[in-house]
Ligand binder design. Structure first.
Ligand code: HEM
Length: 210
């Protein structure tokens, strides 16, 4: 088993599995946050449900582990790839053979990681350590600040770019390799990435100007 994870194929597979888990989390997180558009009562009820539901309480530590595992494995993969390729490829038309997104997963990934640290400080820690009466006020209040609204929108753009390659790569790595499904996976990945990125962006922009 440990041999499996120390091989590059094993690491890539593990990366894809944790990635798919995060793809699912993001969709649930987006749906929960979209209830902000229905007003304070609706969002506070969602926050209450998410904060007390036993299934969510079990999922939360798993989610944290999933994030950490995905980030650490990604950094190891990048370092290993670089060290096994000490002389950089001469740039022979890389753009034609791969996308910008696929070549820059480590950069977009590290940007999301930086956002996540800020995001946990903004919401998760205050909610867990102090008695926040009105979750809606806390969440919406942050977006009034143009610096936070700007940083969040930028992070969601990086997230969209990361998902644009990550979604299809995860599905291909974990098993769906047949040529006939590739086009379908690519389209699904593009739709998913746009919905998630634009969904989160709409929240930050709307509540900045509202
Ligand atoms: C407009 C966008 C977003 C809003 C308004 C938002 C809001 C929140 C809030 C209120 C919490 C605290 C929940 C609680 O513990 O009761 C939270 C937690 C969290 N958020 Fe976000 N979030 C947004 C986008 C994102 C994105 C894009 C990611 C990942 C890339 C993310 C990852 C997390 C994680 C990992 C937690 C901690 C675990 C959890 O409580 O579920 N969030 N978010």
């Amino acid at each position: 088993m440990s041999g499996y994870f120390s091989s590059s194929v094993g690491r890539k597979f593990f990366m894809a599995l944790t990635g798919l888990f995060l793809v699912f989390f993001l969709l649930v997180h987006l749906i929960a946050n979209l209830t902000l558009f229905f007003g304070a009562d609706s969002f506070n009820a969602t926050a209450e449900f998410m904060g007390t539901n036993p299934v969510i309480q079990v999922m939360q530590p798993l989610l944290a582990l999933g994030f950490i595992a995905h980030i650490i494995t990604g950094i190891i993969l990048e370092l290993k790839n670089n060290s096994s390729r000490p002389i950089k490829y001469t740039k022979n038309n890389v753009g034609a053979n791969s996308t910008w997104m696929s070549r820059n997963m480590i950069i977009t990934g590290l940007m999301i990681f930086a956002f996540l640290a800020l995001h946990i400080i903004n919401y998760f820690i205050p909610i867990k350590t102090t008695h926040v009466e009105n979750h809606y006020e806390l969440v919406v209040g942050l977006f009034k600040n143009p610096i936070y609204a700007g940083i969040y929108v930028l992070a969601f753009i990086f997230l969209g770019l990361h998902l644009m390659h990550g979604f299809q790569s995860s599905l291909t790595t974990t098993g769906i390799r047949q040529e006939k499904y590739q086009k379908c996976i690519k389209t699904l990945g593009t739709i998913y990435s746009l919905v998630v990125a634009l969904g989160f962006i709409s929240i930050a922009v709307w509540f900045h100007f509202a």
